[in-house]
Design a protein around this ligand. Sequence first.
Ligand code: LLP
Length: 470
Amino acid sequence: MVSTPVSVASVASGQQYLPVLSENPSPNQYSLPLTARLKGQNLEIGGCELPDLAERFGTPLYVLDEETLRQACRQYREAFLQHYPAESLVIYASKAWNCMAVCAIVGSEGLGIDVVSGGELHTALQAGLKTASMYFHGNNKSVAELKLAIEVGCTIVVDNWLELKTLVELNGAAGQPVPIMLRLTPGIECHTHEYIRTGHLDSKFGFDPEQLDDLFRYIAQQPELNCIGLHAHIGSQIFELQAHRDLTRVMVQWLKKAAAYGLPVTELDIGGGLGIRYTESDDPPSIEAWVNVICQGIIAACEQEQVPLPKLIAEPGRSLIGSACVTLYRVGSQKTVPNIRTYITVDGGMSDNPRPITYQSVYRALIANRMTAPLTETVRVAGKHCESGDVVIQEAQLPETAPGDLLVVMATGAYNYSMASNYNRIPRPAAVLVNAGEASLILQRETYQDLMRQDCLPDRLLRSSGSPVA
Ligand code: LLP
């Protein structure tokens, strides 16, 4: 059967899912992955029909489209090549989704990687990523994490004085100066959820720029440290370009100050933050527009401040992987509260996607096995956890659904798997990577044995018979 691209516009219009051909789709334009197609009644992604994937791998299931992720990586890299005349590097903020397969894909597209813990660093190393383009963030790195970072030779993005001084001590005997960047809080506000704003001065992250002179003076006297760059990140899921434009000017002023102290600072890392479309009312700028604003901002500011162009680094997470994944759930029980609403319940929820309960995030869903049915129902999609707030979607426009149908939630690639938990002792879902009709398991579904792996029952709680004390 011939398959047809699906546009989110047809989904959003509340009509039937009319197939709309798109000449030049981009992950930013749609909530669905680029390879989404209609195949009869079924939704197909990466050449795999979702009902088949549900049969083969079970539900809930994260379905990651390789093509969409690769295209987003290329869009970032090509935009920098087009708009920035000096060296640039795109590093993937792997907190959005850190696992070996994702690390390997972004690495193979020529991206570097940003890690924020020993665990993320370890995973990236296991995936074979090179430490030369690995940047280690975090506002409270442990001594063990710092030692690991020094040992493998990645760049450490230093967040505070304690870390700076610990690094001097740790690296005292090593001989080789450790490459560092400094994270600064630029004092730039942006419009996004307060939990994911980081650029304002009252933030737990980064040095206060008021301390720049003290900082540069201190670092200039430490042969153990090689300060190669400056970093700032103002927040996440941002649609306005002005905040990043303002950031470029501020960062170039910092760069100029570093030169005055004789520091070899040649890299500016502008952070991530570009938002994606979760619903039809979200209208994010394209990757190209975002990169262009940043490049033009840096170029203009460097001209004004008379400093050479730095190596320019950006570290997007959500805009690389967010739209590349959907979560597939099986519909279970339903309940109608007369004159109020109907609830339909799926076999996952806040343990595989904590974003709605944490940030009141809004998602859109489709029924993957009834793609051409008319959208006649407005229902609340609830999760299966013992918590009233466990709602996946407050108001979903869906066709009539029955137990066993497959509900697919779009744009779940960023901060879903990475923030998943075992709340209610629910095993985490599996994830498959789809491409050209092939589905490869990239994360196994957790089992009860996995849940028990860290669980210890002290001997004194056992009766002599071996059964637990009542
Ligand atoms: N760089 C740094 C230093 C960051 O802290 C972050 C995200 C990024 C880059 C990537 O930002 P992105 O391009 O993904 O916006 N859990 C929240 C998002 C937290 C973002 C944390 N930092 C959510 O689910 O919305």
